[in-house]
Design a protein. Structure first.
Length: 488
């Protein structure tokens, strides 16, 4: 085993690999709670159900995605263990899961399309993006495209995704709410207090109304403190602590239904793993009202590919640099194998019934703890497999408890923007637009598209266009056509 994983060769040992694998798991285990909530609009009791969507269907999607999330993390990370033999881990990508919900779940509801059908159509397009991904990885084109994209955009995309994720966390917890005059505002604490005494509204009712926002804020502080103190699994501890605070603050007793395990597997078998093989799903993927036509479907496939591509590339460079696992050219070792693992993970996720699977930046924490080989990934993957039986626990975690994790991940991802050259307007303006347009338009792909278009225009008008900008130009043209012909 030592020879297979090259443990001694890479200056590691079993203890370091086990500790590193466990560290990676605890750093990213929050995804098993957060991903189903993001894909299924928080499930049967979430915001979409509150608008009138079929709560039973949303509950089934939540259960299905929970099982799929665990299985895809297990399979994707196991690929890293035995194929690439690298200390990295995969799971459903943050930001991409919200994008999936916006396009295929909430998008289906607002377009009058059956929610299960919308869910299945999303699996089809994610599957196709995975095939494109795999072809690009096998041929080496993916690595070429990654290196050909403007540096300013590669650095801004993860940061923009971070802001987008943070916005979702702020919204889900009630820390940021809608305002008809200013679009958004901070949690209306005064408004809740002022209702006391009207229509039987008590002080406790007011407290329960603002409690989610308070819990989310305290949860974020807990995660930040634990991270500062180098406590392993700080994000997961923060999520679970926030859940406890919520029930204490609102004086509720969570319902712990063991039958939820069987129901989750039942829903997974009925609408999850079988969805991709439904002929109607393929038709909806290209003709459904929530999609907007074949051209829009193609744009969505490209969007999923682009986001996953640069998320993975950024993670690989960051983690490999931390581990000292770079080749003579300064590129991560076995990068081609890592990208192949990533694309197969995406295909697996689509087959199982969840959004795009990607390499997680949190694996850098395991690398920092000493992980250097695929043995650490084996440990991480087995930990995920054990999570299949945590459905009852996941069901009692409220959205205000997972919100701190979303906001904190946004904090981590925002640091990428510090590497953008803000003195050069050809870099600064496209990077800034990519950064802010993702949360402001509530779309990752819009941010990438606007960033590409602005970069090409500035480059052309300043006479700086070179052959290496051709790839960005093609992407910019595709997005420009999308903005003209497709509303999203």
């Amino acid at each position: 085993m030592d020879k297979f994983f090259k443990i001694t060769e890479r200056g590691s040992n079993y203890r370091k690999e086990i500790v590193g694998g466990l560290t990676t798991f605890f750093a990213m285990a929050y995804i098993i709670f957060v991903n189903p909530a993001q894909v299924a609009a928080e499930g049967a009791n979430g915001w979409l159900a509150g608008l009138g969507a079929d709560s039973a269907a949303l509950g089934k999607i939540w259960n299905s995605v929970f099982i799929a999330s665990v299985l895809v993390a297990f399979v994707g990370t196991m690929l890293y263990a035995f194929y690439a033999k690298l200390p990295y881990a995969q799971a459903c990508g943050m930001g991409l899961n919200s994008f999936f919900c916006t396009c295929f779940i909430s998008g289906a509801y607002f377009a009058g399309v059956d929610l299960i059908g919308g869910y299945h159509s999303g699996m089809v397009l994610v599957f196709l993006s995975g095939i494109v991904f795999l072809l690009l990885s096998i041929t080496g084109a993916r690595e070429y495209i990654a290196k050909a994209m403007p540096e300013c955009l590669k650095k801004a995309i993860p940061a923009g995704i971070g802001l987008f994720i943070a916005l979702i966390g702020f919204k889900n917890s009630g820390l940021v709410v809608a305002n008809q005059y200013t679009f958004v505002q901070f949690a209306d604490i005064n408004g809740a207090i002022s209702k006391v005494g009207t229509d039987g509204f008590t002080g406790f009712d007011a407290w329960c109304e603002i409690a989610p926002a308070v819990v989310a804020f305290l949860g974020l502080v807990i995660i930040a403190v634990l991270t500062k103190l180098n406590v392993k699994g700080g994000v997961l501890i923060g999520v679970l602590s926030s859940a406890v605070l919520y029930y204490v603050f609102t004086w509720q007793v969570p319902e712990f239904d063991m039958s939820a395990i069987g129901q989750a597997f039942k829903d997974f078998g009925e609408i999850g793993v079988t969805g991709l093989f439904n002929a109607e799903a393929w038709e909806l993927a290209f003709t459904g009202k929530h999609i907007g036509g074949i051209f829009s479907a193609i744009v969505l496939i490209i969007s999923f590919c682009i986001v996953d591509m640069f998320d993975t590339v950024g993670t690989l460079y960051g983690a490999a640099t931390e581990a000292g696992m770079l080749d003579e050219n300064g590129d991560p070792i076995d990068m081609d194998k890592a990208m192949t693992c990533d694309s197969v993970g995406t295909l697996t996720g689509a087959v199982l019934g969840t959004s795009t699977c990607t390499t997680f930046v949190e694996c850098a924490s395991g690398v920092a703890a000493g992980a250097r080989t695929g043995f650490a990934s084996l440990v991480t993957s087995l930990c995920f497999l054990a999570c299949l039986f945590l459905t009852p626990l996941a069901n009692i975690v409220p959205s205000c408890a997972t919100a701190p994790a979303l906001i904190f991940v946004g904090v981590l991802m925002l640091k990428n923007f510090s590497n953008v050259d803000m003195t050069d307007m050809r870099s600064a303006v496209p990077a800034f637009l990519t950064l802010v347009m993702m949360p402001l338009t509530y779309s990752i792909s819009n941010g990438i598209g606007i960033g590409c278009i602005s970069y090409i225009l500035i480059t052309l008008l300043t006479g700086k266009f070179t052959k290496k900008d051709i790839v960005a130009t093609v992407i910019a043209v595709l997005f420009l056509a999308k903005f003209i012909f497709v509303t999203m």
